[in-house]
Design a protein around this ligand. Structure first.
Ligand SMILES: [Mn+2]
Length: 330
């Protein structure tokens, strides 16, 4: 059967980008998420759907010692997260350029600064579908926690001023190899606010609500899922960012969008989330468009909760991936 993937040439190939990284948030363990997903057999599962799968091992990120990466204001680990996401952007961009579909396994959601930048480097007109309990759109000025996994979208949209970004650089930390750049100065903010849509929101800071309104960003909270059903929400979401079903789609799926009864092993669970089927329906609908060019499965944290909950969460991460890549119920 011919592939319906509009941007992935035959033989359709996926590249698993394992990112064991937890530097964008305070809790240990989320860095083992990708290891569990791969050990659960994700590569073979995708092969079973007719994909060729490349996986060359998990990313080994260079460490930056905490002493060399003090907070900038309250923003934590700016150098580390910037460097890691820059590497991820290059990796994801190279896969897309080569005609492969990168499946990035996190790791915390700060990684999406890298994955989405990689996608937009190759497809500047791509749209972004962000599935999450949180908006992850705090700016340097608005963040209350300083955790960068709550801020990736602000960098992608260019909501931080050049001066604010410049101030992330610590004047007391010497530059390396003559590189005088500030953390995240490498990010080209190519995402436009009308090519972004959120689904699943239910824990949004006041500052973030204002940012969403001020930038006219379409966001479907759980209230909208209750009101219109997931099919109604997906149709509205796709009509907004991909009206003719011909624009490249980057799907960034934070498993905390799912209800904690469905995906308990995640860093910041919030009750009242997507059901098992609602989560999978989103992925099935994205696959149906044929426009998927990159997929993120983020915030699986196997160190939290008991072994049954961990296995359940890892299994859901795998099945969401399969549904986004062509698995159907019939
Ligand atoms: Mn997130």
């Amino acid at each position: 059967m011919a592939s319906n993937m509009k941007y992935i040439p035959e033989p359709k190939t996926a590249a698993i980008v394992g990112c064991p990284f937890s530097g964008g948030q305070p809790r240990a363990g989320v860095d083992t998420g990708p290891i569990h997903l791969v050990e659960a057999g994700l590569a073979d599962q995708l092969k079973g759907l007719g994909w060729k799968v490349e996986f060359g091992g998990h990313h080994q990120f260079e460490e930056i010692h905490v002493d060399q990466d003090p907070p900038a204001g309250i923003v934590k680990r700016p150098r580390l997260v910037s460097q890691v996401t820059k590497e991820v952007a290059q990796t994801v961009g190279a896969h897309i350029k080569a005609g492969r579909l990168p499946v990035t396994l996190g790791g915390d959601h700060s990684l999406a600064v890298g994955t989405v930048s990689g996608t937009l480097d190759v497809f500047p007109d791509a749209c972004l579908i962000w599935i999450d309990a949180h908006a992850d759109i705090n700016t340097i000025a608005s963040t209350g926690s300083g955790n960068l996994h709550g801020m990736p979208v602000s960098f992608l949209l260019g909501l931080n001023t050049p001066e604010e970004i410049r101030n992330l650089k610590n004047p007391n930390i010497s530059s390396e190899n003559g590189d005088d750049s500030a953390p995240f100065e490498w990010v080209v903010p190519r995402l436009s606010s009308d090519r972004l849509v959120y689904i699943g929101l239910r824990d949004v800071d006041d500052g973030e609500k204002k940012i969403l309104k001020d930038n006219n960003i379409l966001a479907f909270s759980m209230h909208h899922v209750d009101k219109w059903g997931i099919a109604g929400v997906m149709e509205r979401a796709l009509n907004h960012v991909c009206p003719n079903r011909d624009r490249p789609i980057h799907l960034s799926f934070d498993v905390d969008a799912l209800d904690p009864t469905v995906a308990p092993s995640t860093g910041t669970p919030v009750r009242g989330g997507l059901t098992f089927r609602e989560g999978h329906y989103i992925c099935e609908e994205v696959y149906e468009t044929g426009c998927l060019v990159a997929l993120d499965i983020m915030e699986v944290n196997p160190s939290l909760e008991d072994v049954i909950s961990v296995n359940q969460t890892v299994a859901v991460g795998c099945s969401l991936t399969r549904c986004a890549m062509g698995e159907t119920l019939l």
